[in-house]
Design a protein around this ligand. Structure first.
Ligand code: SAM
Length: 289
């Protein structure tokens, strides 16, 4: 019987006297069909290494370990380490690392895979209180993850996968879609977790593009411009840019020139600009860097 079976989960929790820590986003999955679908969506086989974040009592880890070459699972809660040693004892391809993923030096850890040259995928049921910081940390780590198949709050999955001219579209959509394609694979009801969270969840599949979606000469400045454009969503692009760069005559002139060069109206809102248009805008704004 899988760990995720409700009765098995309950028995493990009781045997180890485990009590959930809400502050660590501990909502454990108790539905094998969903775990099966997650692993299918991630397209894992023996030629893939997997990084998991937050294995909990190992419900998802078990499904991944059955398919992958190796799994390295980062769990912050030290109370779960002996439990994982118990529940995953039959697997010799799982390494549990008792570290905060946000502090982990991923470049060093991935060298410890038996075959560090295999592609690395991220598969996880993420702790919801830090979904975005975790994704940003993984992207910033420069580890060449080939894909991410991760469960998160549905609302965050919608924001990451959003297209222009929608309420959900913003700098987070651009930060991820610059390097990755992003699509909601399926929705997960709150009822399949213990304890049930207050929100519905979604599995988001992100696959690394062969090259970034757009070419920019200064990535940091490009991402800065995308953030500035959404500081006040209801304000025009002009107002947001002016608030950020200063209301002097010099800035006004440069902004007018830059927007003309980019062929972008000052009166539109950031949410109507595509990622390609943001790239053009950022290039034209470089004199204001
Ligand atoms: N994978 C399990 C499952 O699907 O049932 C548990 C998922 S639960 C939503 C999130 C897990 O992430 C918890 O086990 C929690 O302790 C762990 N966690 C929370 N913050 C973390 C962090 N900063 N680094 C690593 N693990 C973390």
């Amino acid at each position: 019987m899988p760990i995720a079976d409700y009765r098995v989960t309950k028995a493990i929790l009781e045997r180890h006297g485990f009590s959930f820590k809400k502050s660590l986003g501990q909502n454990f999955l108790t539905d094998s069909n969903i775990l099966h679908k997650i692993v299918e969506t991630a397209e894992i086989d023996r030629d893939v290494n997997v990084i998991e974040i937050g294995p909990g009592i190992g419900a998802l880890t078990e499904f991944i370990a059955e398919k992958a070459a190796e799994v390295m699972a980062f769990e912050i809660d030290e109370r779960l380490i002996p439990i994982l040693a118990d529940t995953l004892s039959e697997f010799d391809n799982v390494t549990v690392v008792n570290e905060d993923i946000l502090k982990a030096d991923l470049q060093t850890h991935i060298r410890k895979f038996n075959n560090p040259d295999l592609p690395i995928k991220v598969v996880a049921n993420l702790p919801y209180y830090i979904t975005t910081p975790i994704l940003m940390h993984l992207i910033a780590s420069k580890v060449p993850f080939t894909s991410f198949v991760v469960m998160m709050q549905k609302e965050v999955a919608d924001r990451i996968s959003a297209v222009p001219n929608t309420k959900a579209y913003g700098s987070l959509s651009i930060a991820v879609q610059y390097d990755m394609t992003a699509q909601v694979a399926f929705i997960v009801p709150r009822t399949v977790f213990v304890p049930a969270p207050n929100v519905d969840s979604a599995i988001l599949k992100m696959v690394r593009r062969p090259a970034p979606l757009v070419t920019v000469s200064d990535e940091d400045f490009f991402f800065k411009v995308t953030k500035l454009a959404f500081v006040h969503r209801r304000k025009t692009l002009w107002n947001n840019l002016q608030a950020a760069f200063g209301k002097t005559e010099e800035v006004r002139q440069q902004l007018t020139n830059s927007l003309a060069i980019a062929g972008i109206s000052p009166q539109i809102r950031g949410e109507s600009l595509s990622i390609a248009e943001f790239a053009t805008l950022a290039e034209a704004l470089l004199p204001l860097k």
